[in-house]
Every structure is written in structure tokens, then in C-alpha cells.
Design a protein around this ligand. Structure first.
Ligand code: FMN
Length: 177
């Protein structure tokens, strides 16, 4: 699909059909994640592809707000990284997460980012600790986000051009139009 059409129609999708994502599409999504640019080519990320319904239901409890919809998704990709491999692992992991989302979109799937890093599950437990326990992730590996993926149960229109914040684009110096 044409890149500009793809980004023009992309929206966060939180409602999914009860239809599995084909193995071939899962393979294309993870391959896309491995093709990202990465600072100094250090590739500090790691990905956990989760299609076990019990684990997905468990992960949906990672936060009090903004993760429960995951229980309706057939697929989740948990984006992790090793901060000892690269100081800018957050940027690297974020780029990978976006490639995953756009690959899903290109394959006719919907997706939504679930923020884990810097979020709490309860007052005393971080979302990251919770996800780490569910998926047995070692303590040296950070959990950045979970990308929920599935066939959309609802179509949401892409952002209209008129809504875009062109006022935030400057020419040559800050604030200059
Ligand atoms: C860094 C980041 C964190 C996000 N975290 C969540 C989240 O935890 N739960 C959620 O439902 N959506 C989350 N989203 C999706 C945003 O809410 C969504 O992108 C935004 O509202 C704009 O809508 P759109 O993606 O349909 O354009 C996140 C998006 C980003 C980029």
C-alpha cells in the first residue's frame, strides 16, 4: 500500500473481531520490527509475540486504564529492550513499536499502543513489574509497550487534513512561518 495512504488511514483500534491473525502476517509484522533504524545499529530491543488467550487476558490487567481492551485482541507484541545495550533504547523501542503498528495497518489489521514504561498497575506495583511477572521477563530487560493487534471490529476514519496542526510547523527558525 502507498505509504501516504497508509498513514492517512491509520487510527488506534481497540475493538477486534474474534479472528486469529494468520501466521504469515505475524511473521511479516515481526520482520518489519527487525528492519527499524537503531542508534549505532545496536538493536537493543526484543519482542515477545503473545497469542495465548490466557496470557493476553492477563496482560490486559497491566494498568487500571488503557489496557483492558487488550483482552479482546488475538495478538499482542510486547516491546522490550536491554538498556545496557544502548543509552537511547527508548527511542529504538518506540521506532520498532511504530513499525509494528504500520506493518499491521498495511496488512489490513488494526493496532493500538499500550504504554507500559513509567505506568503503574496498582499504587505499589509498576505495569512493567506486572508484565515482567506474566511473561517471565528477566529484570535487566525493560518493557516499553504492548502493541495490541487484530482485525478491526470498527472502522475509524483517518484524521482529516483540516484537523492537522500545521501551526506547529516552522520555517528556518522557531515560530517563523
Ligand atoms: C506513546 C503512546 C502511548 C499510548 N498509550 C496508550 C495506552 O496506554 N492505551 C491506549 O488505549 N492508547 C494508547 N495510545 C494511543 C493514543 O491514545 C492514540 O494514538 C491517540 O489518542 C491518537 O489517536 P489515533 O492513534 O487514533 O490517531 C498511546 C499512543 C502512544 C503514541
Amino acid at each position: 500500500m502507498d505509504f501516504f495512504k497508509l498513514i492517512g488511514k491509520r487510527r488506534s483500534i481497540r475493538e477486534y473481531l474474534p479472528q486469529l491473525v494468520e501466521a504469515e502476517k505475524v511473521a511479516q509484522i515481526v520482520e518489519a520490527a527487525l528492519r527499524v533504524p537503531s542508534s549505532r545499529g545496536l538493536n537493543p530491543w526484543e519482542f515477545i509475540v503473545v497469542d495465548d488467550p490466557d496470557l493476553i487476558t492477563g496482560l490486559a490487567k497491566a494498568k487500571q486504564h488503557g489496557s483492558s481492551f487488550l483482552k479482546g485482541a488475538p495478538l499482542a507484541v510486547v516491546v522490550c529492550a536491554d538498556p545496557q545495550k544502548c543509552d537511547v533504547w527508548i527511542e529504538d523501542a518506540s521506532i520498532a513499536a511504530i513499525y509494528i503498528s504500520l506493518a499491521a495497518e498495511a496488512l489490513g489489521l488494526g493496532s493500538c499502543w499500550i504504554q507500559i514504561r513509567e505506568r503503574m498497575q496498582t499504587e505499589t506495583k509498576t505495569a512493567e513489574e506486572f508484565v515482567r511477572e506474566v511473561l517471565m521477563i528477566p529484570p535487566n530487560i525493560k518493557v516499553e509497550s504492548i502493541i495490541a493487534i487484530g482485525y478491526p471490529d470498527r472502522q475509524i476514519k483517518g484524521h482529516q487534513r483540516e484537523e492537522l496542526q500545521f501551526g506547529k510547523i516552522y520555517q528556518n527558525s522557531y515560530g517563523e512561518k
